[in-house]
Design a protein around this ligand. Structure first.
Ligand code: 13P
Length: 331
């Protein structure tokens, strides 16, 4: 295979590496060839575009993807998700090459909790004589994970919270909505960091209630990153894998109002096509798409395999973050 593809797409140039145009099928074929040539496994989060999920070797929620990354037998992992996910895959697999199609695919939650600010706040709490453990949502940087006692995902957070001995207070970072949901379900009071996800934060309860009036029989499923006023109108609250489990056990076809990133509907539709899915729009609509996830495209997926970059490189904080991650997610 040539080292660069002459590529341009039908609607817009799909890459800057050549002069010709390739259609969707050719692009998928190029990815297929490169995947083999580069000995790569493609992992994709449920929030990626359907066309990326379609050709991934494995799709999942944050927890499943972190675990799947430790079972990959190829030398390269291409992580179609956001930066902290690829970073987690690298931390758990130091010997593997981990590529992320677009290095700018960040996370508003991770951005809301810089490590130096967290360290400062933890120091203040210690000076006040408070005994606490820091429980950190996986949507955070490795440097923040390194300052933590536990890392949780929406899939295992309840279990981990129940493992924190009662004599400790819990400092939960960075998602205040997930934190308040965990307070409700576990009965543990927590000190909550004031971060939130830019996608789930903007869901409007008025929009949800309007949809409920339009589909009075519909069930509402919401991610725990949603604010309490959305969660309280929901029939099921859980992470993306939990949503799939909930929908999977419904006997009859239903209308489902889905309060999470809109690409989740692709996975729901694919697994359980007997139901009708309606995205809960944000206040101005279309804002239920994560702009960071959307930075990864098929073209960039191909190009990162072709060029071997962007790659996640080892950093000092990864050693300590790895201990916390393994204890929290793998044991
Ligand atoms: P889950 O993958 O745990 O459902 O969480 C979604 C998310 O926040 C991805 O950033």
């Amino acid at each position: 295979m040539a080292d660069s593809f002459p590529v341009r797409g039908p609607a817009a140039p799909v890459a800057s590496t050549g002069d010709h145009w390739v259609d969707h099928e050719q692009l998928c074929q190029q990815i297929e060839e490169l995947r083999r040539r580069e000995d790569a496994t493609i992992l994709a989060h449920y929030y990626q575009d359907g066309e990326i999920q379609e050709l991934a070797d494995f799709t999942g929620d944050s927890l499943q993807l972190a675990r799947a990354a430790t079972r990959v037998d190829t030398s390269t992992i291409v992580f179609c998700g956001v930066h902290f996910m690829a970073e987690t895959a690298k931390i758990l697999n130091p010997e593997k090459r981990v590529l992320l199609p677009d290095l700018r695919a960040g996370c508003s939650l991770a951005d809301s909790c810089p490590a130096d600010k967290l360290a400062q706040f933890q120091q203040q709490l210690r000076e006040q004589g408070r005994r606490f453990q820091t429980v950190t949502y996986i949507n955070s940087s490795a440097a923040v994970k390194a300052l933590s006692d536990w890392v949780v995902t929406s899939g295992n957070a309840e279990q981990i919270i129940r493992r924190v001995p009662e004599e400790y207070e819990i400092l939960f970072v960075p998602d205040r909505h997930l934190g308040s949901y965990l307070e409700e379900v576990t009965g543990r009071r927590m000190i909550l960091w004031p971060g939130s996800c830019m996608v789930h934060e903007v869901f409007s309860v008025q929009d949800l209630l309007r949809l409920k009036r339009r589909y009075p029989q519909a069930l509402t499923i919401a991610h725990p990153e949603c604010p309490a006023n959305i969660r309280e109108h929901s029939d099921y609250v859980g992470g993306t894998q939990g949503m799939l489990r909930f929908v999977g056990q419904l006997q009859e076809p239903h209308d489902l109002l889905v309060a999470t990133e809109a690409n989740m509907l692709w996975q729901l539709q694919r697994k359980y096509p007997q139901h009708r899915y309606h995205p809960v729009p944000g206040i101005t609509c279309a804002c239920n798409k994560c702009p960071h996830m959307a930075l990864n495209t098929l073209e960039k997926l191909r190009d990162c395999l072709l060029r071997g970059e962007p790659e996640i490189h080892w950093q000092e904080s990864f050693d300590r973050a790895g201990e916390v991650l393994r204890r929290s997610l793998l044991e």
